[in-house]
Structures are given as structure tokens and as C-alpha cells.
Design a protein around this ligand. Structure first.
Ligand code: ATP
Ligand code: MG
Length: 439
């Protein structure tokens, strides 16, 4: 992408409304723009990261055997009256009436709807297990939207829902999602620790929140420091195998959110291993058995034709919140430092003297070669001053900066800067391309 043809409204000013660094940087880097309280427009650069995060989530869900569909944002109130949650959900639910005076709502979550869909399509116990997910906008009329996309009112969530015949099979589905979550966050450069959690309005028995430790997190959490060093399940993890050893490894040490925190249990953790910190909830998994299937009459026929209510769990990832969480974990004074897998572009190509024949030609050929090699390049071909170009590139945080100027070109070199380490190297254009393509 050529910057001269792009839309990247960066700003030097610190927006006054932004209390935390990720919110500040997302606004300054031209990634989002607030449309009303807790509701954002995703500008081109922000949208690219959002899509990358959603894609990692999608790949890991698919790998774990979940099947993607897409449910609507607007739901009928009748559905929620069946489960009894229409009144229980309270003011966080945005309620709407259509022209026929029918009660509708903007979905805050989808347990009811997906249960109805599954029940209509599932006939026999032989159709199980099934896990359906979608990546869709949700609306919750939060009392206090804040911290930008971290606590919005409209936000993007991945929510998966498992359906099984028995509780035992249901727990296997739960375990598959648990393992998929560990992998999902790791791929984004985050260490998310599964912590025992309260089940809240979703309800159920087993629940873990996946928490990224961060000073600006909204939850108070307590955990064993070994979790920070634990090995993430590999890409080729066998989801058909028994996953309990992995689950045990990731749940046997102490880790709890403040709602379920137990001082006496925590006291057993050696002092030098105790972590008391703040954390960001980037996902939550629940197992709730027949909590929705019974009131909604969602069942399959068992081997003897008997009616068996579906055993279910639900599994959410805060896709849009993750942008904030990643920036909280990856930034410095100059701006964002994107982990490779979620970076909006991989390389920022800076032409220090646009209009200069040699610089333009060198940049054009680098742009072409890198693009042909499948590398995503943002080419700053504008006529701004060098200082402004450097500042903007640091702010938007692409992993590599490739700087082309007249002086270097005379000796046949360009400068390659690693945004994370700050390390700069003078290289021939070929060497720079090789380094970018192989690291
Ligand atoms: P919280 O406790 O932060 O309000 P929650 O427990 O109500 O979240 P869940 O129902 O577990 O949320 O939703 C799944 C995921 O969606 C959460 O783990 C979180 O990452 C994300 N999420 C929830 N509410 C918001 C919000 N208002 N803005 C952005 N992301 C959110
Ligand atoms: Mg939650």
C-alpha cells in the first residue's frame, strides 16, 4: 500500500479522553475513531489488525474442530423469554422495537439462538458432537464504557457453542476449546493464563477466564508464576487424543480471579511464586450442561429413541478487546510494537527523498520485490520531512522499517531497522530483502 493513496490520520496530540496507553495509541495511530460512547469506527489500519486477530482465532477454532456460521446481530425477544434471560439480563441489553411493535434486541451473546439452530438441525445422537461458532458484533450497554476498545458497547466477539450427548463428552469439547485458546493467544504474542472464574449471567459449573497480566487491567487476579513459563500446546496437537494432561498442567496450580479467590489456598503457593496483579480478560469458557437446552427443548434422539437434552458449553474471545490487550503488552514511548502475526503491515518502506530519481526507483523496485515475495509493505511515498516519516512509522509499530535515502544509495545500501529492538543495519538491497523474508 502506498501511503499517498491510503487513509492514515495519525496525530501527535495526546487525546484527552484516553486514560490508558492502548487507547491513546490506537487513536493517535489512526486505527479507530469514536462515533459515540463505546462505539467505534474501525479505520483502515485498525481494521487490518482486527481482521488478522479474527483470522488467528478462526484458524485455531477450525483446527480444534469447531464449525463457523454467522448469526444475526438482532434477535427476537421471544427467544430470550424462553430461557428466562430476557428480564434477568437487565440494562446491559439494548432493547429495540420494530415497526410492528415486536420486541427485538441487539445480541449481547448467542446461547439461546444457537441452541435453537442446533436443535432444529440435529436429529440423532449420531450427529454429535457439534461445535458451532461465529465472529460477530455484540452490543452490551455497559454502565461505564472506557479504555477504548477494551470496554466498548459495540465489540467484536468470537463465540463458540458445543453440543454433546453426555456430560463426559461435553467436557471433552470444553477441553478442546481450552487448548485452542492457549494456542490462540500465544500466536498473538500474548501469555494468557486460564484462571478459575465466576460464571455470571451465562451460568454453569466450570468456568475459566483467560487473563493477560497488565497494570491497566480491570480485574484483580492471583496466580502461581509458573504459568508464565508454561509450554503452549504445539500446532500439531492432536485434538482427537485425550487432552486431560494438558488441562491438568494448565489448571493444577493456583490461578483465580478476585470473585472466586481463596486466600487459604493462595497461601499454599510459595511466596516467591505468588503473583498478585491486574489482568485483562481476553476470553472465557463455560460448561453449563443442559441450562439452555432444557428450557428451550433442545434434544436429540438417543439410541433407543429416547429424548436426550443437549449438553453444552460456550466459549468467548474478545476479538476487538485483544487489540487493546496486545498494545498494552507491546509498546514503548514512541508507539506500538506489533507482534509479527498481527501487524497491519510487515514492513514500512520509507523514501527519505520522494521526487529524487534514484530514491524513487530504488523504492519502487523494493516495493515490487517485497510485494511479489508476499510481504505486506506500507510504502511512505509522501513528500513529508524525514523526521515526520520516522515518527509516524515508530508510532504505527510495523516490525521492520526499510529506509531508503540518497546518501546510502550512493554506496549501494539501505537501512533496515527492527522496531522491537531498535537495531539498525546498513545493508545492500538484496541483503535487506533476504533478511526481511527469512526472519
Ligand atoms: P467483562 O467481565 O469484562 O465485562 P464478560 O465476562 O461480561 O466481560 P463474556 O460474556 O465472558 O464477557 O464475553 C467474552 C469476551 O468478550 C470477554 O472475555 C471479553 O474479552 C470480551 N468482552 C466482554 N465485554 C466486552 C466489552 N464491553 N468490550 C470489549 N470486549 C468485551
Ligand atoms: Mg467473561
Amino acid at each position: 500500500m502506498r501511503l499517498s493513496e491510503y487513509f492514515l490520520p495519525v496525530s501527535k496530540e495526546n487525546p484527552r479522553e484516553a486514560e490508558i496507553v492502548s487507547h491513546r495509541l490506537m487513536l493517535r495511530a489512526g486505527m479507530i475513531s469514536q462515533m459515540s460512547s463505546g462505539i467505534f469506527a474501525w479505520l483502515p489500519l485498525g481494521l487490518r489488525v482486527l481482521d488478522k486477530i479474527a483470522n488467528i482465532v478462526r484458524e485455531e477454532q477450525n483446527r480444534a474442530g469447531a464449525v463457523e456460521l454467522l448469526m444475526p446481530t438482532l434477535q427476537s425477544a421471544d427467544l430470550w423469554k424462553k430461557s428466562g434471560r430476557y428480564d434477568a439480563y437487565g440494562k446491559e441489553m439494548l432493547r429495540i422495537k420494530d415497526r410492528h411493535d415486536r420486541e427485538m434486541l441487539y445480541g449481547p451473546t448467542n446461547e439461546e439462538m444457537v441452541t435453537q439452530i442446533a436443535a432444529a438441525g440435529l436429529k440423532s445422537y449420531k450427529d454429535l458432537p457439534l461445535n458451532l461458532y461465529h465472529i460477530q458484533w455484540k452490543f452490551r450497554d455497559e454502565v461505564r464504557p472506557r479504555f477504548g476498545v477494551m470496554r466498548g458497547r459495540e465489540f467484536l466477539m468470537k463465540d463458540a457453542y458445543s453440543f454433546d450427548l453426555t456430560e463426559e463428552e461435553g467436557m471433552k469439547s470444553f477441553n478442546r476449546m481450552f487448548v485452542a485458546y492457549l494456542r490462540t493467544y500465544k500466536r498473538m504474542g500474548l501469555t494468557a493464563i486460564p484462571m478459575r472464574a465466576e460464571t455470571g449471567p451465562i451460568g454453569g459449573e466450570a468456568s475459566y477466564e483467560f487473563i493477560v497480566l497488565a497494570k491497566t487491567g480491570e480485574s484483580e487476579v492471583y496466580c502461581h508464576s509458573d504459568y508464565l513459563e508454561m509450554e503452549t500446546p504445539p500446532e500439531d496437537v492432536d485434538y482427537k487424543a485425550d487432552l486431560t494432561p494438558i488441562i491438568e498442567q494448565w489448571t493444577s496450580k493456583y490461578a483465580a480471579t478476585e470473585d472466586v479467590h481463596d486466600e487459604a489456598e493462595f497461601a499454599k503457593v510459595p511466596d516467591d511464586k505468588k503473583i498478585t496483579a491486574r489482568g485483562i480478560e481476553v476470553g472465557q469458557v463455560f460448561f453449563f450442561g443442559t441450562k439452555y437446552s432444557e428450557p428451550m427443548d433442545a434434544y436429540v434422539q438417543g439410541p433407543d429413541g429416547e429424548k436426550i437434552f443437549l449438553q453444552s458449553g460456550s466459549y468467548g474471545v474478545g476479538v476487538s478487546r485483544l487489540l487493546g490487550a496486545i498494545i498494552e503488552a507491546c509498546h514503548d514511548d514512541d508507539g506500538i510494537i506489533w507482534p509479527k502475526e498481527v501487524a497491519p503491515y510487515y514492513v514500512g518502506l520509507i523514501n527519505l527523498k520522494s521526487g529524487d530519481e534514484a530514491c524513487d526507483a530504488a523504492c519502487e523496485s523494493l516495493y515490487e520485490e517485497l510485494s511479489d515475495a508476499g510481504i505486506e509493505v506500507l510504502y511512505d511515498d509522501t513528500s513529508e520531512r524525514a523526521g515526520g516519516k520516522f515518527g509516524r512509522m515508530d508510532l504505527i509499530g510495523l516490525p521492520w522499517q526499510l529506509v531508503v535515502g540518497p546518501r546510502g544509495l550512493k554506496d549501494g545500501t539501505v537501512e533496515l531497522k527492527n522496531r522491537a529492538t531498535g537495531e539498525k543495519q546498513s545493508l545492500s538491497t538484496e541483503a535487506a530483502i533476504t533478511k526481511i523474508c527469512t526472519e
